[in-house]
Design a protein around this ligand. Structure first.
Ligand code: DGL
Length: 277
């Protein structure tokens, strides 16, 4: 187990599975002095097909675990938990909490050429309309498309697989019947892992939309919280100083194997965690 230096911040990163590792991957070089605790609630995934009450209960348990284990700040690297459980998470812990939706929408807003965006997300996230509302506040028109089969495919490691490409073709051709977006927002932290396939499918269907994922903008917002606004300089730092510990609520072997792929570096040890049913 690694330990944090006395004055370095400890940052808790939470997702229902591997997807949030895309956010951790963006955080490591940006805040290299921090110690990271990553929790993937893999036993209870997917969150995206569950009710608001269940998602809030699961997310609060994970948030409390990270806060109790020394996190100074929490990054909710899960769109579903961000969309449906932020008030409950904030009420349950006494540390700052950053979600992924505002940074993603802000990024789309800053790309000023965008007036219409397509948001791909889980069923629970689309039903909450959290993206629609965040976009409307910035005069962006959003069309939300639920893609419930994508998370299980990514968790299976099928990131470059014919079945995943077929499923994407069906979802995207359905979505493009209702809109002609200039940006496609990846409203689930699992989706950056298949962003290459998403882009290829969009091009096959005749769309030139730009793909936006929230990992980097969420990492930048977190860095700003710690007073690191000079992002241009910190992105050049290597990840070697940052230390991280991973917790998973289901198979630690699978987490280490697939997670290393998604994090872009080995995960030498994963702690098994029992958060109950
Ligand atoms: N990665 C999560 C998100 O960003 C959800 C995956 C799940 O359904 O559990 O929405």
């Amino acid at each position: 187990m690694t330990t944090s230096a006395s004055k370095s911040p400890t940052i808790g990163v939470f997702d229902s599975g591997f997807g949030g590792l895309t956010v951790l991957r963006a955080l490591l070089p940006l805040i290299p002095a921090a110690h990271y605790l990553y929790l993937g609630d893999t036993a209870r995934l997917p969150y995206g097909s569950k009710s608001r009450e269940t998602i809030a209960r699961y997310a609060v348990e994970s948030a409390r675990f990270l806060a109790d284990h020394g996190a100074d700040l929490l990054v909710i690297a899960c769109n579903t938990a961000t969309a449906l459980a932020m008030p409950e998470i904030r009420a349950a812990v006494s540390i700052p909490v950053i979600g992924v939706i505002e940074p993603a929408v802000e990024m789309a807003h800053l790309g000023r050429q965008h007036s219409e965006v397509l948001v791909l997300a889980t069923q629970a996230t689309t039903q909450s309309h959290a993206y629609l509302e965040a976009c409307a506040r910035r005069n962006l028109r959003a069309v939300e498309k639920a893609c419930p089969l994508l998370v299980p495919l990514v968790e299976e490691g099928w990131v470059d697989h014919p079945v995943t490409r077929d499923v994407l073709r069906i979802y995207l051709s359905e979505a493009l019947q209702d809109c002609a977006p200039s940006a496609v927002l990846l409203g689930c932290t699992h989706y950056p892992l298949i962003s290459g396939a998403i882009e290829q499918t969009l091009r096959l269907l005749g769309s030139q939309a730009t793909i936006i994922d929230s990992a980097h903008s969420t990492a930048r917002m977190t860095a700003m919280h710690f007073g690191q606004s000079s992002v241009g300089t910190v992105t050049t730092v290597t990840t070697t100083n940052a230390t991280f510990e991973c917790y998973a609520t289901d198979s630690v072997e699978k987490f280490a194997r697939l997670g290393s792929q998604f994090l872009g570096q080995p995960i030498p040890h994963v702690h098994l965690l029992d958060l109950g049913g």
